[in-house]
Design a protein around this ligand. Sequence first.
Ligand code: SHN
Ligand code: NAI
Length: 143
Amino acid sequence: MYPIMVNLTNRPVTIVGGGKVAFRKYKKLINDNPKLTVISPEIDSRFDLDKINWVESRYKKSLIRDADLILACTDDAEVNQAVYQDATANQLVNNTSNKKNSDFYNVSTVEQDGFVYSISSNGKDPFATKQKRRALEEWLRNN
Ligand SMILES: C[C@@]1(CC(=O)O)c2cc3[nH]c(cc4nc(cc5[nH]c(cc(n2)[C@H]1CCC(=O)O)[C@@](C)(CC(=O)O)[C@@H]5CCC(=O)O)C(CC(=O)O)=C4CCC(=O)O)c(CCC(=O)O)c3CC(=O)O
Ligand SMILES: NC(=O)C1=CN([C@@H]2O[C@H](COP(=O)(O)OP(=O)(O)OC[C@H]3O[C@@H](n4cnc5c(N)ncnc54)[C@H](O)[C@@H]3O)[C@@H](O)[C@H]2O)C=CC1
């Protein structure tokens, strides 16, 4: 895996699913002002519907056609897998329920004084990543 910072401003990004995990990804993505679409029959009430295009529907292949980056976050592993398989070679997919079938992983970040500190376990252990993030925050508070 190759770590980079990506400028998503005005780029089409699609989240499939509108639940708890989708909302966690949305909270960070929205800071970069992408053209964000959420495809899901139901949506967590914490989403700001003025900031996204909510397509109130179950997943269909035709709905991801225009996205550069796709996050498959439904609670149906088969749907998430279909998203990964339906995407074309120039679309990058994060399958949140199957790390083996993901083109990229989300990282944990700490931002301070204009720096972004990113932490990843290469997909192996998100809980350990969260602990490292907390330890880093503690270290930054004391140094
Ligand atoms: C592979 C990856 C794919 C991806 O999502 O990109 C992935 C996968 C999985 N996460 C799971 C669970 C949880 N993940 C979190 C939180 C985070 N997960 C994130 C990233 C990643 N998670 C990628 C690899 C990261 C790496 O390389 O280390 C972070 C960094 C970024 C972000 O989410 O934006 C953010 C931490 C932010 C922070 O706090 O610093 C919490 C919340 C919490 O603990 O508070 C829960 C509890 C459940 C819940 O929230 O419902 C499970 C289910 C495991 C199980 O049930 O056994 C899987 C599936 C699996 O492991 O196969
Ligand atoms: N990568 C990560 O950080 C984590 C990933 N997971 C995975 O994420 C999945 C989702 O978890 P939660 O968000 O907690 O579930 P949730 O139940 O809160 O949300 C599921 C969402 O998927 C939508 N959905 C269901 N079927 C759909 C379909 N056919 N088309 C479009 N949308 C559909 C629902 O309407 C709902 O909005 C889990 O099943 C697990 O596999 C779980 C925890 C953390």
